[in-house]
Write a protein that binds this ligand. Structure first.
Ligand code: SAM
Length: 280
């Protein structure tokens, strides 16, 4: 196949492929959006691009034209022979048949310096994939991903908005966020019921705030956003710190323990964590 003529609908027809709802298969048919993703990801000939969920390969073909190398990870058994037949002759293409949640990305990255992740993510696993890619600390310079509009709003949210949550803080701790474009359901087959957004997460050299125990901070964050433990106090009393000492830590951090988690900035969570460590 000449990758310059790659067409999603033609390939679906050629192989009589039936999209699986449970695997989140909504394939992009809109050339403008494909170009926006590749441009938004700022892919160059120096880059190794890792793609999750190539589908029938439309975004993959666009990436192969711009990148040094593309490694695509696809879970669906039925798509593997199609991708091999259509793109297997491209020298800079490697296909991996696996669940992206089980992949050790470091093994794929090796010694490469310029590594970008680009994906039209299957919606049913968007959040676990983002958490894995950030928490396992892989050396991606950026993640350019198509996700549900609602999730993009959460990643980009400010304190006290209803969209602000633990995932907001995780993403904003490691990355700067840039919205690339909004995408309507007509750009896919089959059409999803929701609007989508392409967002680029630029990995920071150093996390946005300094904290002495990253894991403890995220534990406090998760607990403070837990529905049953809405106040900060309820999110921290499980830590096994004596009550008076814990109150002292709040006082030193100048944070009211009756505040709700969603009103705190990342800096405030970091300050509170450090003060709690001092009395632990
Ligand atoms: N990249 C294609 C496009 O833009 O048209 C397809 C995107 S489609 C939204 C998501 C793709 O992810 C599907 O090909 C689906 O089979 C694949 N997929 C679903 N779950 C996966 C997983 N856990 N690991 C890897 N790929 C997965």
């Amino acid at each position: 196949m000449d990758i310059h003529d790659y067409n999603t609908q033609d390939i679906i027809k050629k192989y009589n492929f039936r999209c699986s709802k449970s695997l989140g298969q909504n394939f992009l048919v809109d050339e403008t959006v494909l170009n926006d993703i590749v441009e938004g990801a700022q892919v160059t000939k120096d880059d190794l691009v890792i793609e999750i969920g190539p589908g029938v390969g439309s975004l993959t073909a666009a990436l192969l034209k711009k990148a040094k190398k593309v490694i695509s990870i696809e879970l669906d058994d039925e798509l593997i022979p199609i991708l091999e037949a259509e793109l297997g002759d491209q020298e800079n293409f490697t296909l991996i048949h696996n669940d992206a949640l089980k992949v050790n990305f470091q093994e794929l990255i090796g010694e490469e310096k310029n590594v970008k992740l680009v994906a039209n993510l299957p919606y049913y696993v968007t959040t676990p994939i983002i958490i894995k890619l950030l928490k396992e600390n892989y050396k991606f310079t950026s993640l350019t991903i198509m996700i549900q509009k609602e999730v993009a709003e959460r990643l980009n949210a400010e304190p006290s908005c209803k969209e602000y949550g633990a995932i907001t803080l995780l993403v904003q701790y490691y990355c700067n966020t840039n919205i690339i474009t909004m995408v309507s359901p007509e750009s896919f087959i089959p059409r999803p019921r929701i609007d989508s957004v392409v967002i680029r997460l630029d990995r920071l050299e150093e996390p946005k705030v300094k904290v002495n125990d990253e894991e403890l901070m995220f534990k406090i964050i998760r607990n403070s956003f837990n529905m049953r433990r809405k106040t900060l106090w309820n999110g921290t009393k499980f830590l096994g710190v004596e009550k008076e000492a814990l109150l002292g830590a709040y006082e030193k951090a100048k944070i009211d323990p009756k505040r709700r988690g969603e009103t705190l900035s990342l800096e405030e969570f970091a300050t509170l964590t450090d003060r709690i460590i001092e009395v632990k």
